[in-house]
Unconditional design. Structure first.
Length: 120
C-alpha cells in the first residue's frame, strides 16, 4: 500500500506562480502511473501566469473561489467543481476571494517541464 501525506510534499513556486506540492508523479515514485497529481494554492486576489500545456489538465477545486480563464472564455469557479483544460489551451486562474484558493491539478500524461509554456 502506498500513501503520501501532503505535509511531506516539498512546497515550491511553480512556473505559473502558484504554490505547488507535487503529490504523485511517475518519475518520482515507484508507481505505474500515466498522470501526475499536484496540490496548488493561489493566495487571495492573486492570479497565476498565463500558460499552456501540451497535455490535458483537470483542476479540482478544494477551497475558495475565483475565475477560471481558458483561451477566450472565463467562468466563476468554487470549491467542489472540476475544470477540464484541453491541451494547448491558454489558461490561468484568478483568486477573487479573501481566502486561499486550493485545488488539485491532474495532468495526463504526466506533467513535464518541456510540455509547459509560461506566457507572462
Amino acid at each position: 500500500m502506498w500513501i503520501k501525506d501532503l505535509d511531506h510534499c516539498e512546497e515550491f513556486i511553480a512556473g505559473d506562480d502558484s504554490i505547488l506540492r507535487e503529490i504523485l508523479h511517475p518519475d518520482k515514485a515507484e508507481l505505474k502511473l500515466g498522470y501526475s497529481l499536484a496540490h496548488a494554492v493561489v493566495k487571495p486576489r492573486m492570479k497565476t501566469f498565463q500558460h499552456r500545456l501540451k497535455t490535458s489538465e483537470v483542476y479540482y477545486l478544494l477551497e475558495g473561489e475565483g475565475v477560471m480563464y481558458i483561451d477566450d472564455e472565463s467562468q466563476p469557479v468554487h470549491s467542489g467543481q472540476a475544470v477540464y483544460i484541453p491541451p494547448q489551451s491558454v489558461q490561468y486562474i484568478h483568486n477573487t476571494g479573501t481566502s486561499d484558493l486550493k485545488f488539485l491539478c491532474i495532468v495526463d500524461p504526466a506533467w513535464r517541464p518541456e510540455d509547459e509554456e509560461v506566457l507572462e
